[in-house]
Design a protein around this ligand. Structure first.
Ligand SMILES: [Cu+2]
Length: 158
């Protein structure tokens, strides 16, 4: 009788641990999702579908260190279908997401747009980072890499 009770108590302890574990994992995921929804120039999450831009950083003998994109953005064309230092377009007051990947084996690169508090970390080879900001200012803004000032282009908000 007492053995039976001990077994069932152990079972319920396991269950409680499982519930605590599940709660902690859910909270961690929730916190990560919550944080990823906070634009770089806001302190609270903003709901919305962002306009996406995919940027690649690389090095080639012709152009040196460059930002490049395969998207529909305009820019100097080179390297097959790649655009060099592409113009990034975001609609005013919309969310803009820039997904960056460093495909340069030689050097780290980062992405900065001061007016929207966009600052990625220094990305190693094949590292990626996504930054999301609210395009709350109209105009043409400079994006650049702090390590290579020659790597720069324009973000157009209109
Ligand atoms: Cu760079």
């Amino acid at each position: 009788m007492s053995k039976q009770r001990r077994t069932s108590r152990r079972m319920s302890n396991k269950k409680i641990l499982a519930i605590i574990g599940f709660t902690l994992v859910s909270a961690a995921i929730g916190y990560a999702v919550f944080n990823s929804m906070i634009p770089t120039n806001r302190s609270f999450p903003v709901l919305g579908v962002p306009e996406n831009t995919y940027l690649v950083t690389k090095h080639d003998s012709q152009n040196g260190y460059v930002f490049a994109s395969k998207g529909t953005t305009s820019g100097k064309k080179s390297m097959g279908s790649m655009h060099i230092m592409p113009e990034i377009h975001v609609t005013q007051d919309q969310l803009g997401s820039i997904h960056m990947i460093n495909e340069d084996t030689d050097s780290k690169h980062n992405l900065n747009i001061d007016e929207f508090n966009v600052h990625t970390k220094d990305l190693n080879y094949f590292e990626t980072q996504t930054v999301t900001f609210v395009a709350d200012k109209e105009g043409s803004f400079r994006y650049y890499c702090t390590i290579h000032p020659e790597m720069n282009g324009r973000l157009i908000v209109q």
